[in-house]
Design a protein around this ligand. Sequence first.
Ligand SMILES: [Zn+2]
Length: 312
Amino acid sequence: MGREKKVLDWSDFPEGFTPFFLDPTGAHLETKELAPGVYALLSSIPNVDNAGFVVGDRGVLVIDAHINVAMARQIQERVREVTDKPILYLVNSNYHGDHTFGNCAFPEETLVIQHRRTAELVPFLDEEMEFMLPCVGGDRAVFEGVTLRLPDAVFDGCLRLDLGGREVELHYFGPANTPGDTITYVPGAKVAWTGNMTGGNLIVALECDAPTYLDAIARFRRTLDVETLVPAHNPVSTDAVLDGYLLYLSQVTAAVRHGAGAGWSLEEAMEKIPLDMGQPYSPPGDHPRIDFFRDLHAYNVQKTYLSIAGNE
Ligand SMILES: [Zn+2]
């Protein structure tokens, strides 16, 4: 198999969709110790990427490289405030630029690890920068100095890494927000970095559809004993959010299947399947970002309709 074509394009989004806000200018990463040797790096600007790191006797594993050289350096500064051990591994939770553009600013000795599907998409650096541009206010200077850095190791289902007295597991549960979403799990602490696969109130089936995403969340739920989730773009949460996502994705799947079966057009489906505000997964109606959540939901309905109706 050759390289897969990159799939995301703003023209595929519903009309009026607000681009994700990922501009790191002025962002500070705050170090939060979740368990001994287990640290979340939380962005001071909402939606801008979080990251994290785990320290063992032999060295350090970093989760996500952030969107540019300056933020990748900031991650390494935060690590250095805690330990002078070498950064052995850098894991990218998905291929998007806000998780991988910083790879080039890590030491050569650091092994970059990606899921196979992520590794297939990372080489489309120029296209990814064009796609990311609206997310950073059109400011190309944000990406200055970013060069392509390919992974040193690629995994498929699960990879166990021993940092010395500290085990970390990388898991793949199938396509979710992106084709290669990777969960970084610390079994001893029941902490998982989830990248874009989990969020706050709502998740977005950016590159799949609701039933596919549902499968991935269900596998995650039954495979790992997790208490703390560190998503890339939302505050730290408990595992309870997963149940909300399962409910939401089941409802979207069922509603779209019903609509497609009844002969609804895409426009009708998007009109007749609004975000169900009374549900536990749904943000309150007066949430300051309610329009953003409605955008995400409309996108989920569209992706699911196109895949279900396209298969009939
Ligand atoms: Zn992201």
